[in-house]
Design a binder for this molecule. Structure first.
Ligand SMILES: *Cc1c(COP(=O)(O)O)cnc(C)c1O
Length: 357
């Protein structure tokens, strides 16, 4: 069946081993983030046998699939109040920034006779989750309140960067997190076990020896899945960018002009596309679409093919420059960037998965 996602488990294992060596070699504990592959169970088996410390995901449904794991389970997205019971049941640690939610977690943990660990998120300027680093009073108030909850353990602090604000982790901003932790420890006479210094955008600091001392955990998804650090989008040495590839079938192959005919409005997704006049070109339509991939983040392995556009179920390729004489029914192979991998694994009713060793 096509389209299908081909998962090369040897390459996944290569990336996993390299991630472990890099992150744990720097003295940090390692959370492997599985949301980018929707908690694929074959990938999970590799993780379970490895030396990683935690399985992390933003969706509780994915963590639920890891029942029976020997690894710690971490919920990355701030819990919804309405899912407090499930969070305590299926996650050992959750990332939090709202005291009302933390109180709900405390109640749920009391009911389940558990102690639930949390990382308090500090926003260093990326403007996604966390208490803003300049609002020191709010940080201290939150800590004070958390310390009163008998079924919650304030396990440490965390930061997330390069997600909304595209802010790059540096020695300077991450040091603020370490300093904040030190101030909290002093003020409340407590020890914070974990200072979690970010995601795949932080790993480049390891190579430069610039990860501030005191950061002792990283949460890594994309670098492990696709082999790139995400601060400057560089491939990491020895990692593979093709552990996951997509195969889709050509359903139409015709020569057509490259500019639409007639007055143009908006496309199927409400955008006003710009068309480049390439004259008459050979175009292939493959049977996959925006429901399954992000056309801007797809890379045909035949580098002489380019992506012209897509609707929900059709992806249009310019195959005019290719040396390969494609036919209807042929299979086109593509590499995926993060957003395409996320969609392809989410679209599991339509995108088959095959595993190679
Ligand atoms: C998604 C996510 C990560 C992992 O990010 P990558 O760029 O894939 O490494 C880490 N932390 C949080 C809070 C996340 O939401």
């Amino acid at each position: 069946m096509y389209p299908r996602l081909v998962i090369d488990l040897k390459k996944v294992k290569n990336n996993l081993d390299k991630t472990i060596k890099m992150v744990k070699g720097s003295g940090c504990s390692l959370m492997i983030v599985t949301k980018g592959c929707c908690a694929d169970m074959e990938v999970y088996k590799l993780l379970e046998e490895s030396d990683i410390d935690y399985l992390a995901d933003s969706r509780i449904q994915n963590l639920k699939k890891y029942e029976g794991t020997k690894k710690g389970r971490v919920l990355l997205r701030l819990p919804m109040m309405s899912e407090a019971d499930e969070v305590v049941r299926y996650a050992d640690i959750s990332l939090n920034s709202e005291i009302e939610t933390i109180k709900r977690l405390n109640e749920a943990a009391a009911k389940q006779d558990k102690k639930h660990k949390i990382l308090l998120m500090i926003d260093l300027g990326d403007l996604r989750e966390g208490i803003f680093f300049k609002d020191e009073d709010e940080i201290y108030h939150a800590v004070e309140d958390i310390l009163e909850l008998s079924n919650i353990e304030l396990y440490g602090l965390g930061v997330n960067l390069t997600c909304y604000g595209a802010v790059i982790p540096k020695k300077e901003n991450l040091s603020v997190l370490v300093e904040t932790a030190a101030k909290i420890e002093k003020k409340f006479n407590i020890k914070l076990q974990m200072i979690s210094g970010g995601n795949s955008s932080s790993v480049y600091l390891i190579g430069r020896n610039e990860l501030p001392e005191g950061i002792n955990n990283l949460r890594v998804g994309e670098a492990f899945l696709l082999g790139d650090e995400t601060a400057y989008s560089q491939m990491l040495e020895g990692f593979c960018d093709d552990a996951f590839t997509l195969e889709a079938e050509i359903i139409e192959l015709k020569k057509k002009q490259s500019i639409p005919v007639g007055e143009t409005g908006v496309d199927a997704f409400g955008n006003k596309p710009v068309y480049e006049d390439l004259g008459i070109i050979k175009r292939a339509i493959i049977a996959v679409g925006r429901q399954d991939v992000d056309p801007e983040n797809l890379h045909p392995i035949d580098s002489e093919i380019s992506v012209l556009g897509a609707s929900s179920d059709h992806l249009i390729l310019n195959v005019d420059n290719s040396r390969i004489d494609y036919k209807v029914g042929d299979i086109v192979k593509l590499k995926l960037s993060y957003s395409s991998l996320l969609r392809a694994t989410t679209s599991s009713s339509y995108v088959e998965r095959v595993y190679v060793n």
